[in-house]
Write a protein that binds this ligand. Structure first.
Ligand SMILES: [Zn+2]
Length: 387
């Protein structure tokens, strides 16, 4: 099936085309042509009042609409993908919270099966794999991880998870100050994984060693992380200084002050900033009591906290809202902010056919109105959501 998606603007995101059509065949982008030059054998899908941008990618999400990565079945994981497609998201990595070894193996198998299902039948955002956020993180910065399940970096456990995941384990988080961390990072890199520093009390020196060893990402920069001090800038200072390190930001305007967000955009090259949601199962649902992994949480005014400690426990942010917040707070042009949810997350994962509207790329598109509301979501050339 050949289709032409016509937009008033097409943002690639680097280049802006006016009154253009994106030509799609067999799930891939074939070309970009002026709207009046669409060949007659294409089915025209008319979004000519709207902006077509690359399909949004969220590399760090725990759940949506009552479905949770850590507790869910394969069906739940597929439903997370379907749910977030209402917010323009076309591809996700599923993140877990710390759990016992057997439970993590089960999660890895479920995610592997969900990846396969999402390839076989397009129903929403594609599931690209697992983001192992725990257990190899520091209990001193546990955030919403149950400290009972946190443990020292264990190469044997990583290898077993990798094996059962059949290549769908994509990101592994680690606190680089923990014992054996550098050997662990080296092994993870050999396996082709992205290694992210997370839930960490690393000093500046420890962070620099980790970046030199191959850590390329910082999980939700500032949150669950040693803070910046002028005499000990810590991992935050190291991550801001290193132009080669990607940083995730949760731009729900709860996890980070607007000034913090603006300072990051002043320090970091725009192509190293990635917006994530860190969204939990309560996202898309009313306030109330829920669970994250095996810990009870309370969502009040959309803010999710652990019931016992009051610590922030993920978010109820959606990626379309994150884009609006980022534009509002930084005043950056839309096409710069779009990089943070399209080409940047694709690049950190080594996904060479995602994140841009260009020939040969997977035909994942998000359609926005002028107020940046999601009008439609296209995955592999299929409209999976329309307002
Ligand atoms: Zn998370």
């Amino acid at each position: 099936m050949k289709r032409a998606f016509i937009g008033s603007q097409v943002l690639t995101p680097e280049t802006e085309y006016r009154n253009y059509a994106v030509l799609v065949s067999e799930g891939y982008i074939e070309g970009l042509v002026p709207a009046d030059k669409v060949p007659c054998n294409y089915e025209v899908i008319d979004f000519s009042d709207y902006i077509i941008v690359p399909g949004l990618i969220d590399i760090h999400i725990h759940g949506y609409g009552g479905h949770d990565t850590t507790l869910g079945t394969v069906e739940d994981l597929v439903e997370i993908g379907r749910g977030v497609s209402r917010h323009g998201v076309t591809a996700i990595l599923l993140a877990n919270v710390a759990a016992p070894r057997d439970k993590l193996l089960e999660i890895a198998r479920n995610v592997k099966d969900a990846v396969r299902r999402s390839r076989e039948k397009v129903v929403g955002a594609e599931i690209l794999g697992l983001y192992l956020e725990g257990p190899f993180v520091n209990p001193e910065k546990k955030g919403a991880h149950n400290p009972k399940h946190l443990r020292k970096p264990d190469i044997g456990e990583l290898e077993e998870l990798y094996r059962v995941s059949e290549g769908t384990l994509r990101v592994v988080a680690i606190a680089p100050e923990l014992p054996n961390a550098l050997e662990f990072i080296e092994r993870a890199k050999q396996l082709g994984l992205v290694v992210s520093a997370a839930h960490t009390n690393a000093t500046y020196e420890e962070a620099m060693r980790a970046f030199n060893a191959g850590v390329t990402l910082c999980t939700h920069l500032f949150n669950a992380m040693r803070g910046f001090h002028h005499r000990e800038p810590g991992i935050v200072g190291a991550a801001l200084e290193r132009d080669d390190v990607y940083v995730e930001l949760i731009v729900d305007l709860i996890h980070l002050h607007p000034t913090t967000i603006r300072l990051v955009t002043k320090c970091k090259p725009v192509d190293k900033v990635i917006l994530i949601t860190d969204a939990i199962a309560a996202t898309g649902l009313p306030d109330g009591e829920y669970v994250l992994g095996d810990l009870p949480i309370v969502v009040k005014g959309g803010i999710s906290r652990l019931k016992d400690t009051g610590a922030l426990a993920g978010s109820t942010l959606t990626l379309d809202r994150a884009i609006k917040n980022m534009v509002e707070v930084t005043k950056l042009p839309l096409r710069e902010v779009l990089k943070m949810v399209t080409v940047n997350p694709a690049t950190v994962l080594g996904e060479k056919r995602r994140g841009r509207v260009d020939v040969g790329y997977i035909a994942n598109l998000t359609v926005l109105d002028k107020e940046l509301n999601v009008v439609a979501t296209v995955v592999r050339g299929e409209v999976v959501y329309q307002r």
